[in-house]
Design a protein around this ligand. Structure first.
Ligand SMILES: Cc1cc2nc3c(=O)[nH]c(=O)nc-3n(C[C@H](O)[C@H](O)[C@H](O)COP(=O)(O)O)c2cc1C
Length: 255
């Protein structure tokens, strides 16, 4: 556990950290903030302290100084960008710069997790991409061959060598114990990738293969107890969309 440390000389006892602590792990004693057990290391006290009296000693704080509130981004522009997002299935044969990969991963790292577990891992397939795709294609071709006996839809299914990763240069598998946390991280990563000019497709097919085939799961070397939750295929889009497609009506109930 890294926990927090409080510099009692700088602490002004304002109580803002106590009020904002979800874990009831802070109190004011003799006019100073004091840490109790149960800290989930969410960093709200670190973020809110007006005098910077709270530290998180075990953490790397590079890039943690400047705040850019989301409200600085025009809400209408942001929503329009969200609606303009498309799953991209055609990619240019151009590598993704390391700087952009780092930013996408950073977005995943900063996504919220229940009880601040931060228990989401990111696996870049890199050199293993081709080998893993080969294994998935092999598995899928066998499945389709069997499926053709039962389904007309599969008669024309052509599982090409690049069926899974679509010739894209970057594949990231997001894993966790918990589907919600890994899915949220993936959504943050997708929008960040889009803002960097990149396109993304999630491969549910890949995750299906990785869950049912022990060889593919072993190739991923995921942390213990982790399941592959999303597989994000990323690259420069080789396709341009001209308009936002319609969606079904909002399913909304106001109680
Ligand atoms: C969890 C998930 C898994 C998906 N798996 C696949 C897939 O295996 N292959 C594929 O072509 N598209 C896949 N998609 C993309 C969806 O088909 C796509 O989001 C949907 O058709 C709507 O299109 P849009 O994302 O452009 O709005 C997946 C999307 C999600 C969210």
């Amino acid at each position: 556990m890294n926990e927090i440390s409080i510099d009692s000389l700088s602490c002004i006892g304002c109580g803002k950290c106590v009020k904002d602590c979800v874990a009831f792990a802070l109190r004011i004693e003799n006019g100073k903030a004091k840490a109790e057990n149960g800290c989930i290391e969410c960093g709200h006290c670190y973020a809110i302290c007006p005098v910077g009296a709270i530290d998180m000693p075990g953490y790397d704080k590079t890039g943690c100084s400047e705040i850019t509130p989301m409200s600085n981004i025009d809400g209408d522009v942001f929503l329009r960008a969200i609606k303009s997002r498309r799953s991209v299935r055609q990619f240019k044969n151009i590598p993704v710069e390391q700087e952009k990969i780092d930013k996408i991963l950073e977005a995943g790292r900063y996504a919220p997790t229940g009880a601040n577990s931060q228990n989401v891992a990111f696996t870049v397939l890199s050199k293993k991409q081709e080998e893993i795709e080969r294994e998935c294609v092999k598995l899928f071709r066998t499945g389709v061959k069997i499926g053709r006996k039962f389904s007309n839809r599969l008669q024309n299914a052509d599982i090409s060598d690049t069926f899974f990763f679509k010739g894209a240069p970057l594949v990231i598998v997001v894993s966790g114990h918990d589907k919600v946390n890994a899915s949220l991280a993936s959504a943050y990563m997708e929008l960040t990738a889009n803002s960097l000019g990149l396109g993304v497709i999630y491969s549910g097919f890949f995750c299906g293969c990785a869950v049912i085939n022990p060889k593919i799961k072993a190739q991923l070397c995921l942390p213990k107890g982790h399941k592959p939750v999303t597989c994000m295929i990323i690259g420069y889009p080789d396709v341009e969309y001209k308009r936002i497609p319609p969606r079904r009506p909002l399913k909304l109930k106001v109680l």
